[in-house]
Design a protein around this ligand. Structure first.
Ligand code: NAD
Length: 360
């Protein structure tokens, strides 16, 4: 673990196995310096458990950075459940997962991610209070993906104004890879603002729905990111921006909802060298966790959540400007800003360790 290429001072990585339900999960807690480690639960069929571990390590680190830059009192964590989970075991699996989250006594707070629904989180909630993204929570709550999509659209507007010289998204052409919760809602946000859409998803019925509703053009899943468009929006799984892909991009900007879009740091450098504006993934896709945190901490007045999501616009401008001034790729700028906040919180936390001493 400590030599793993994706290990980054993670505080705790828990492997969970429940024989009765068949649950196999990994819960990675990257940091609790700013508060409980917040981050969704992904259900995915990985090629092997090594791939699942790498995903959990990378995603949890990204959550620490995301929550820090969003100004949340949350650290970063992530859970992955290794699929497939048969339909008739699904409830049992999420019950066992809720039990495992509860065993962490609040160090990790879960919510929805890829492959996990509000219904699944309702099941989790019958075993733990350390869960968010529940229905009927009042001002905020339920599926976080519309909030995430809203934040991505705001970041896209910031990039359009700063890097493309466009005062709005009207008339811009955007290619969206993956039209699930985030990508589908992003298509709605963009369609309502007069953008032209090119879409692809391995789930063809989702593509049909977006094409029917917004007059989007279909693209091939393997080449959608290479479309001749103004902006590409990776909204499926991570690693879409490989060095080869970014070398061939025809778009002028990348602004998407997926986590861990850059396959390597070098891919970020290539984007910068090619003068393709890249809005760092965890900066722009924080809308969902902003909602999840508001629900969890019960500060969930919807107008306040919307105001907090709106801040993604200015934060994106700030990172683009810093990148321009220092001639440094945006992903490096965002990492430095996030680690500054997390490092300071970690040092303060260490200083207060003696207060947690148990005298007995
Ligand atoms: P989702 O499961 O609702 O949608 C993902 C979509 O991507 C699905 O329709 C799937 O068929 C499609 N897909 C998978 N592989 C693909 C491929 N190779 N090419 C094209 N399409 C493909 O998940 P989601 O909640 O929309 O999350 C999408 C991404 O956004 C993930 O990376 C997730 O971690 C990230 N994210 C989600 C949220 C949220 O609020 N849900 C918040 C922040 C980040």
């Amino acid at each position: 673990m400590f030599e793993h290429e994706s290990f980054d001072q993670h505080e705790r990585v828990v492997h969970v196995h429940d024989a009765a339900s068949g649950l196999r999960a990994i819960i990675a807690i990257h940091s609790t310096a700013l508060g409980p480690a917040g981050g969704g639960c992904r259900l995915w069929t990985y090629n092997d458990s090594a791939e699942a571990l790498k995903d959990a390590l990378r995603l949890s680190r990204g959550m620490s950075c995301k929550n820090a830059l969003a100004g949340l009192k949350m650290g970063g964590g992530k859970a992955v459940i290794l699929g497939p989970v048969p339909d008739d075991r699904r409830r049992d699996v999420f019950e066992a997962f809720g039990d495992a989250v509860n065993d962490l006594c609040g160090a990790y707070v879960t919510a929805e991610d890829v492959g996990v629904s509000v219904n699944d989180m309702q099941v989790v909630a019958s075993y733990t209070d350390f869960v968010s993204g529940l229905s009927g929570a009042g001002g905020a709550g339920g599926d976080p993906s519309p909030f995430t999509a809203r934040g991505v659209r705001l970041a896209m507007e910031a990039v359009a104004s700063r890097s493309l010289g466009a005062s709005s998204l009207e008339g811009l052409k955007v290619a969206v890879q993956g039209v699930g919760g985030v990508g589908g809602n992003l298509c709605r946000e963009l369609g309502e603002r007069g953008a032209t859409l090119v879409v692809a998803d391995i789930n063809t019925s989702r593509v049909e729905a977006v094409c029917d509703t917004y007059g989007a053009e279909r693209a091939d899943v393997d080449t959608v990111l290479l479309s001749d468009v103004d902006i590409v929006a990776p909204c499926a799984l991570g690693g879409a921006l490989t060095e080869e892909t970014v070398s061939k991009l025809r778009a002028k900007a990348v602004v998407g909802g997926a986590n861990n879009q850059l396959a390597t740091l070098k891919a970020g450098e290539i984007l910068f060298d090619r003068q393709i504006a890249y809005a760092p993934d965890y900066l722009v896709n924080a809308g969902g966790i902003i909602m999840v945190a508001a629900e969890y901490f019960r500060t969930n007045a919807s107008d306040r959540v919307h105001a907090d999501v709106e801040k993604i616009y200015d934060r994106t401008l700030n990172v683009l400007d810093r990148s321009n001034e220092s001639q440094t790729p945006t992903n490096i700028i965002a990492d430095a800003m996030a680690y500054d906040i997390i490092g300071k919180a970690r040092r303060e936390d260490a200083e207060h360790r003696s207060e947690r001493r148990v005298v007995g």
